[in-house]
Design a protein around this ligand. Sequence first.
Ligand SMILES: Cc1cc2nc3c(=O)[nH]c(=O)nc-3n(C[C@H](O)[C@H](O)[C@H](O)COP(=O)(O)OP(=O)(O)OC[C@H]3O[C@@H](n4cnc5c(N)ncnc54)[C@H](O)[C@@H]3O)c2cc1C
Length: 340
Amino acid sequence: MAEGPAEADLLDLLIIGAGPAGIATAVEARRAGIRRILLLEKGPGHSFSIEKLYTPGKRVDKVYLGQQVDCEGAVCIVDGTRETVLEALDGFVREYGLDIRSHTEVSRITPLDGGGFEAVDAQGATYRTRTVVIAIGVYGRPNKPDYPLPASLKGNVRFDLTESLPAGASVLVVGGGNTALEYVEYLYAGHDVTLAYRGAEFARANEVNRRILRDLETSGQATVWRNADIASLGDAGAAPRVEVRFKDGRTARFDHVVYALGGATPEGFLRQAGVDLDGRHPRVDHRYHTAVPGLFLAGDLVAGGKGSIVKAFNTGRTVVWEGLCQDHLECRIPGAGEGA
Ligand SMILES: Cc1cc2nc3c(=O)[nH]c(=O)nc-3n(C[C@H](O)[C@H](O)[C@H](O)COP(=O)(O)OP(=O)(O)OC[C@H]3O[C@@H](n4cnc5c(N)ncnc54)[C@H](O)[C@@H]3O)c2cc1C
């Protein structure tokens, strides 16, 4: 372990990841009077997962995956679109004067002798801090299928829709959750879209997305294959290049395949910081404190696979008022209408 940090360059709170959880944590910390707060964000700006993974104009539901959760802290959203939610998050960043260092991907966090932490980013810059909140979400590593993807199909296989697909292309979307259905809703105008899901029902998706998919299927604007479990992908060598083989023996060819299989807990990142995992889930107490003193998690990392924006906001509030302010940092006693 390295030595404890010198007071001059010491942060009170380092937040890794400036998505909904990181922003809410920083807002609550500001309200609590915590002074030296810095957010490190790997993307070009805050809320990079939303910016990247939500399709333009996507509807954003406050009650997501059927989770009726109310906002408990200072930040909240209403039902809207990708754009209105990004605007709201932008507003919180401005209103509370949050200090976000973008294009800064943290690669390692080390607890220091005598307390505190050192974080190192991908460029080798170091940050010393008394406490850390990891709020990096689960979308950094999209889930991949368990069969190999031919290297020659790199340009034809995607895990998000950040780059647009050529107009008129035939596209197979793979998955059965909200993301897969929203990809179909986004792509059907201008592309020949098929959705393949290994299940029989789209039970994981919300009612609105299920209704839209039913309408697109009934009107012939999208094709939907249920119980369609893929066995392998092959390169057909000529357009449409991707040959998809299903476990029932069927084959079909597409120009592009887009997987929407969700994201995975960044287990390696958490383990190197000293966080224990119970299977794929990090172990934290009711305040999202890990077994490492002063190290907290927030947002999707502690949502047990059912994250939402409002749940992410609420974890930030809990971490600050029930965690940091109780045992780790000095906080202002909240005035009327503030705090926990
Ligand atoms: C397609 C899609 C649709 C969704 N629709 C809805 C909806 O309608 N309503 C709803 O409530 N929820 C929705 N969700 C879920 C919601 O987006 C998440 O629950 C929420 O964004 C979680 O917030 P978070 O801050 O924990 O993580 P994220 O939003 O993933 O933010 C994590 C941040 O950390 C950054 N980061 C990652 N690694 C590092 C690193 N090493 N160093 C520095 N920064 C790092 C990322 O760039 C990102 O900005 C949807 C999710 C998806 C994928």
